[in-house]
Design a protein around this ligand. Structure first.
Ligand code: ADP
Length: 270
């Protein structure tokens, strides 16, 4: 096995809900085959590592059902949704934790619900000292999209993509790898337009044109899909940081990226 040694180099890997769950399955179902394969692809990495889980079937359906997609939903409906979203996300995170532990990765789960406060759906408080301490003690942190208390509307959904961007900024991540079920960003939604062309690089020059061609997710998704991913990631570009959207459903692409080998993906640059 080839070991990749990059100590004190923080990588954040987002595992898209479309890959780690069967996103349209109700009741929600974990994609154990994909998750166990992903655990093996992560096994050789030796730098600091945070894994962020998207909600997929475990987050989006319960969130939709309890009115989180509608800003006018009554407080009672939102409150009723908290236990089921929390339960589903904890179940998913716990599966990931065990799957990583089984291949020798010392992963622990830090759930956002326990420390994050939102305001109008945006992060108001998201302390990261326990993340830093965990990394300093050579643990691999797993966190995930979650429902969180919101000072202006009872509770809101915090997406895995937003978490990845926040942690990248706060903890100075050098590599942000966003795994999803398509080859990166294309000039149209590949699920609607199979001849959509792959875009290898998004930068200041082409970002406006590309953003106009990027849409939401095609499955039940309360957090904005590809359009939101790209616009949030564009805010954290830096010359010494790599930001990549790639197809996590294709075996070995994550492993290649962790080994700095080239693979099909979209790079977001300043
Ligand atoms: P995940 O659950 O993996 O985080 P999302 O469902 O949020 O992924 O976003 C990925 C989806 O975005 C793709 O499955 C695709 O259907 C959709 N999408 C919309 N527009 C585009 C585009 N221009 N390029 C790539 N994907 C797009």
């Amino acid at each position: 096995m080839i070991y990749v040694i990059q100590l004190k180099f923080l990588t954040i890997v987002k595992l898209g809900g479309s890959v780690i769950t069967y996103k349209s399955s109700s009741p929600p179902k974990i994609n154990e085959t994909n998750l166990d394969r992903i655990a093996h692809e992560l096994q050789a990495y030796r730098g600091d590592l945070i894994i962020v889980l998207g909600g997929g079937a475990h987050g989006h359906q319960a969130a939709h059902h309890h009115g989180f997609a509608d800003s006018k939903s009554p407080k009672e409906l939102l409150l009723k949704g908290i236990p089921s979203i929390r339960h589903n996300m904890s179940t998913l995170a716990s599966y990931v934790e065990s799957s990583l532990n089984k291949v020798g990765i010392p992963a622990i789960v830090l759930p956002p619900f326990c420390s994050v406060i939102l305001r109008q759906g945006l992060i108001h408080e998201f302390p990261t000292n326990i993340f830093r301490k965990s990394l300093d003690n050579e643990l691999v942190v797993v966190t995930h999209g979650d429902v969180c208390f919101d000072e202006t509307r009872t509770a809101s959904i915090l997406s895995g993509d937003t978490i990845a961007v926040h942690l990248a900024k706060q903890l100075n991540a050098k590599s942000i790898l966003i795994g999803t079920d398509v080859d990166g960003v294309l000039d149209g939604n590949p699920k609607d337009n199979p001849s959509a062309k792959h875009i290898p690089i998004i930068n200041q020059e082409n970002k406006k044109v590309i953003l106009s061609k990027v849409g939401p997710s095609t499955s039940t998704d309360v957090t904005g899909g590809m359009a939101k991913k790209v616009s949030e990631l564009l805010k954290i570009t830096r010359p010494d940081r790599q930001i990549i959207i790639f197809n996590l459903a294709v075996p070995d692409r994550l492993k290649s990226l962790l080994q700095n080998e080239s693979t099909i993906c979209t790079r977001i640059q300043s």
